[in-house]
Design a protein. Sequence first.
Lengths: 499, 176
Amino acid sequence: MLIADAIAAPPSDWWAIAPQLVLGGTAVVIILMICVKRVDPGWNALVAAVGTVASGVFAWEQWRQVTTDANPRLAYSGMIAVDGFSAFLVLVVCVAAFLGVLLADQYFKREGIDRGEYYALLLFSACGMQFMAAANNLVMVFVALELLSICLYVLSAWNRDDSRSQEAGAKYLLLGAYSSAILLFGIALLYGGTGTTNLARMAEIFSENVTREPGLVLLGMVFVIVGLGFKIAAVPFHMWTPDVYQGAPTPVVGFMASGAKIAGFAGLFRVLETGLAAFEFDWQPLLVGLAIVTMLGGSILAIAQRDVKRMLAYSSIAHAGFILTGLASGTAAGVRGALFYLVAYVFMIAGAFGVVALLARRGERYTSLDDYRDMFRREPVLATVLAFFLFAMAGIPGTSGFVAKFAVFTGVADAHQWVLLTVGTVASVISAYFYLRLVVYMYMRPEVDEGEAQPAALPRVRWAPATVVALVLTVFFTIQLGILPQGLLDMAGKATLLF
Amino acid sequence: MVGPNIAFWIIALVMAYAGVRLVTTRNVVHAALYLMIVLAGTAAIFLLLGAEFLGWTQVLVYIGAIVVLFLFGVMLTRATYGESKGLDNDQRVLAATVAVIVFLVFAGAMWKAFGASTEIVLEKSTTVSELGRDLMTNWVLPFEAVSLVLLASLIGAITLARRDDPEHVRDRGVER
């Protein structure tokens, strides 16, 4: 009985994986370009940027089809879903990768570590994030998570001659491997409890009410939440975040903070809302608890930080808490708000880390709060841009940060979860303190207290075109989403409709 | 079904002993060898359950590659071969407590789910040809994604380990 009967392969649905294919293909092209020594390394960033845009075009076309004529569908034997949710997040990943490429160019030339492999790994990582956004099978979730994480471990350690960067890479690798193992345990338990790893099939099994092992499913659910909670840096799985964000090269942090969170939340949303929707009353309290400690923990610990990168790391933890509240509310409005928040957060965090990368100068020497003293006089434009992002992250009306928080809290109020709402509001107020403190340092604190070093007199920061484009884009969308958010809110609303 | 049961218990006890020794020994090379026993035991259990392909993959990948990699790592990083004192970090009690709790939770959940069950879940074991066919049809997308993972880790490992020749990376950095 050899291969007499033809193998019935599932039809190849190229359209379903077009954005991922484009990103992976571009990465391979960049590797080939590195082999050809005559190609100037300056082209790598450009090719990478074009690749992310092309991938975004395919994702947009997917989005247009899914929301208008064609029905959402599953592809490749249910491995990935092509629906509003996946197309929306795939598009957001393209944006994060595009900004990551633009911000990296000037930085790595400045540091003298401009190796083309950086862009290849960044694109592979983004490809993993897109697979994560579309994954409808727990095996796919795991493989996508490994693809994006392994690239990020390497990117964190990119500055090999800097011990801080090495430490960041090693720490992220060890703790990341541990969290992957926990996720894998969870997947194994869910498989043991249901006999399938396909999330849509899992939901059917639960609706037919034939599960014999709810204990295994619940335990598996907890493990999956822990494993993905590590990736989104939710308290108490956040220990790695400050060290890694502080040590890794700043453009990498900008990409990691936005992209890895998108992927983590995509996996979490999909597993809980599709596969384990029947267990909503079990996971909802868990998420409420996680959201509360994450918001409070991130905001309170950020106050104690004297290093700006570390402070932004804690602030990103707090943001993860706000996004979690949207999911924890269990309402469509809450999930819509969380998706909107993710987009707003990508622009804010990429922009903020972009400015910090410029101000840190060669070797990332100037990142402490004292180095930002009187920054407005020395770098008026950059100081104003950074202050703007800080206001946006604090949630000042007129910026996307305000609309995002408002959208998430609307969902929470719809669900009548007043504790969550109160804690969220309190955490917003606490976080406003440390954002505004940095603004005060930049604008109103020229005098130096006794025993503190005078900020060094440095030549003006020079701007490369790619950086200008990235910062203009992030500022533009942070304002635009703050003033005219309805378009994206509608998109996010459509994205909550799963296949 | 007595024979396989006796075999299972012997393998399980050997594995448990090796597992404990793995974390208590003060010799890195011994630890790697104990790890090999644990992994070989896992392979043996797979074989007992009729999962032949999985069992031999376990032997090839884990014993053939991973443990050898560990030993090479010990050799190349010039770690001490003999007993080393600095391997403890004084968290034995905490670690043991966590391990026992995790074991109890897992064992409890498994026992509750399958403990009383006498039903035979699989009538016959899966053949390699069925497995390969499934891998290249239903599971082809994760299979290809794994190859991306391998490619990315290769590139990452090379870029982190390679010594740059000064010509290749042009230091165009200026103090900005």
